[in-house]
Design a protein around this ligand. Structure first.
Ligand code: ZN
Length: 418
């Protein structure tokens, strides 16, 4: 979000031609109308796209003649998709009628995946940022491929579009990937759309009918816990829990703190003994401390922590790498099992979309130990559902955490992670 404010700040000072000016004109013009209205065709297309994934329409779709393209952006907390009607018309004419829909779905994909910009601001981006943006473009392409496949397009129809608007040049210095990479991503979206689970998904009343890929399971979860906007507004979480450990009479309490993107702190106390355990990670270093004995995080642990890009894994999991293993059950409840990587799995309730279990295979002293975390009792705090009950089963011990309080965006500072 910060990046975007900076972007708009720069918009006023850096002139990179027609595009920035065009955007401002569109914003100003639309503001003067006191509302945003897209043409019916575009609006219908957007409805079709959103119906595929069951997402709510929380975008402003704005016609903007100045941009000769379409783009997704977030401005002052609102999501926009701008499109050049003339450009869409021409590209449809030059190729086929699926092109406009694909382009629109691609922009929706940026928002669904939590990307904040889709600008051609090559001159302002360093190579690393461009690399990140190229990744985002491919995510948006996978999404768009999935959507148009579901709506009935053929891969060759979208290929025709790509052959018109992309090039095969080396993309190292570009914001957009080259044609081969984009076609691969689109193909993956088409493949995802073909996945058929071995159950009767169309049966009446089955709310899981749309959950056909790992990506859609993730999207359903994001929607279930409150939606991407609500999730993105969470910068810190402070929660207090009563802890019980099976087979032990001690009743510790724990205070957990997290701050975006990946800082974490856990302090466990026992009445009469004070703090008995701490675990901290400040974004680059971490340690565990027990009775004054401080042990720094291992290289492996640090590498794991560095992979965390936000407080909610579903917002940054690589949709190109995760896989839907299939439908299984936990205690008689149908769940989707999603493979994050060879040693990490996540399970989502097939009806509600909520995350009910995570499973990690860890190496401890040369032995493989499976750590299972069960999540339940979801309650809403600041528009986002949090699991108030967690049970961690790690090898032989079982820890229950029952949360008494969860506070969002308050009571947490950098000092908590030192
Ligand atoms: Zn894009």
């Amino acid at each position: 979000m910060k990046k975007l404010f900076l972007l708009f700040f720069l918009l006023h000072f850096i002139s990179y031609g027609q595009k920035a000016v065009g955007l401002e004109i569109c914003f100003e013009y639309q503001k003067s109308l006191k509302g945003f209205s897209a043409e019916k065709d575009a609006d219908d297309a957007l409805n079709d796209i959103l119906a595929v994934i069951g997402a709510a329409k929380n975008f402003y779709l704005i016609p903007c003649d100045e941009i000769n393209n379409a783009l997704a952006l977030t401005y002052k907390g609102e999501r926009y998709i701008m499109y050049d009607k003339d450009f869409i018309y021409k590209i449809n004419k030059a190729t086929n009628d699926w092109s406009g829909k694909f382009i629109l779905a691609h922009e929706v994909g940026h928002h669904i995946n939590g990307h904040t910009r889709d600008f051609l601001i090559a001159s302002m981006l360093d190579d690393q940022t461009k690399e990140k943006q190229r990744e985002e473009e491919l995510e948006a392409d996978v999404f768009a491929g999935f959507i148009v496949a579901k709506l009935g397009a053929s891969y060759n129809q979208i290929k025709e579009l790509m052959e018109t608007i992309t090039s095969e040049k080396d993309d190292k210095y570009s914001t957009h990937p080259n044609r081969t990479k984009r076609l691969e991503a689109i193909k993956r979206g088409f493949d995802n759309a073909q996945v058929n689970l071995n159950i009767d998904l169309q049966s009446e009343g089955n709310t899981s009918a749309r959950l056909l890929t790992a990506n859609s399971v993730i999207l359903a979860h994001i929607k279930a816990i409150g939606g991407i906007e609500a999730i993105n507004s969470v910068n810190s979480v402070m929660s207090s829990a009563n802890v019980t450990i099976d087979g032990m009479s001690l009743k510790p309490t724990a205070v957990l703190k997290m701050m975006s993107p990946n800082m974490s702190s856990m302090e466990m106390s026992i009445e009469g003994m004070g703090t008995v355990m701490k675990q901290k990670y400040n974004g680059s270093e971490g340690y565990a401390e027990q009775q004054g004995n401080k042990i720094p995080m291992s290289e492996t642990e640090l590498a794991e922590k560095a992979k965390e890009k936000g407080l909610f894994p579903e917002t940054y999991l690589d949709v190109n790498k995760i896989k839907l293993v299939g439908l299984t059950d936990i205690d008689g409840i149908e769940v989707y099992k999603v493979k994050v990587n060879d040693y990490s799995f996540r399970y989502y309730n097939a009806t509600t979309g909520l995350l009910v279990r995570t499973e990690k295979i860890e190496e401890e002293n040369g032995q493989k130990v499976t750590s299972v975390q069960d999540l339940s009792d979801y309650r809403k705090v600041n528009g986002v559902l949090f699991p108030y009950a967690q049970k961690v089963t790690n090898g032989t011990y079982v820890i229950h955490m029952n949360f008494t309080d969860v506070v969002v965006n308050s009571g947490v500072s950098n000092w908590d992670f030192k």
